[in-house]
Design a protein around this ligand. Sequence first.
Ligand code: CUA
Length: 360
Amino acid sequence: MRKRLHKWRLISIFAILALALSGCGEPFLSTLTPAGEVAKKQYDLMILSTVIMVLVIIVVTVIFIYVIARFRRTKKNENSIPRQVEGNHKLEIIWTVIPILLLLVLAVPTVSYTFQLADVSPMKQKDKDGKTKDALVVNVRANLYWWEFEYPDLGIITSQDLFVPTDKKVYFNVKSSDVKHSFWIPAVGGKTDTNPEGENQFWLEFDSKGSEKVQNQFYGKCAELCGPSHAYMDFKVQTLSQDDFNQWTQDMKNLKKPAAVGDLAKEGEEIYNKSCIGCHANTANDARPEKARTAPNLANFGDRTRIAGILEHNEENLRKWLQDPEKVKPGNLMTGKYQKLDDHELDALTAYLMGLKLEQ
Ligand code: CUA
C-alpha cells in the first residue's frame, strides 16, 4: 500500500512538472521558436551540438551493451579471462581522432557565429552631428526592477515596453545603474549581462514572420539573479513594420505635455505633480541626465501592456500597485517614496496615468 502511494506521489510530481514546463514552449518566450537571425543561428548551434552529443551517446551505448553481452560470465568461460589488449595503436588513434573531428565540426561554426554576432561596427559610424549613420541604436539601462530604453538618435526615452522595427538589425548598448542584470529576449536573442561598470554591445534582428506568429509581442526577461523581485523583472517587445515604427517615433516626438482629460484625471495630475514627478517623467524627451532618471518613464503609460512589468494592464491592477508596491514587487525602490494614497486619490491618479497615451 505504502509503495503504491509512493508511486502516485511521484507521478503527480512529474505531472505538475510537465504542466509547468509546457509553459516554457510559448513562442513569445521560447528559444525553440527562433524569430530572428541571431536566435536562428543560436538555434542551429543548439541542434548541431545536440545531434553530435546524441550520436556519441548512441555509439558508446551500443559498444557498451555489446561488450557486456559478449564478455559476460557464462558456464562455459567461468574459469577463463578474455585476452587482455593494451597499447593498441590503431584503436588509440581512432578514439583520439574522432573526438578531435567532432570538436572541429562544433568549433568552426561556433567561432564564426561568435564573431558575426559580435559585429557592431555599423553603430560606431557617426555622421557629423554625432548621430549613428545607418543603424538603429537603443541604449538599454537595467534597474532594480525595471528597464529603460533610450533611442539616442531619435531623442526618445521609454520604459518597460521596447519598440523595434522588424527585418532590420537593431544595435544595443546595454548597462545597469545598480547591480548586474542580464538582458534577454528568449525568442530573439540576447542574454547579455548589463553591468554597472561598463557597456556591452550587440545586435538583434526581429523577423516579421516570427513576429506575426506572436501578434508582434515578445517577452523579455532579466536573466541574472539580482534580488527578491528578479523573477518579476520582465519587459515586453513590440515589433512594428518600418513604416509603423517611423510613425511611432513621430508620435512619440510630438507627444508634448500630456493633457489630463476630465476632472478626476486633473486631480490625478495634481497628485502626480506633487508626489511622482520627482522620479517619473511624463514626456518621451526627458532631458534630465541619466542619474536623475531614477524611475520608469511614463510618457506612454496608458499604452503599456503590463502594470509593473508583470500584472495585466488594467485599472484595478494599477490601483493595487499604487496602493502597496511592495506586495507586487518586493524590494522595489518605489515603496515608501510617497505618502499613502486614500481611495479617492488612488482613483484620481489611476485615471490620470491611464490617460497617458499616444492617441488621446
Ligand atoms: Cu534584474 Cu534579475
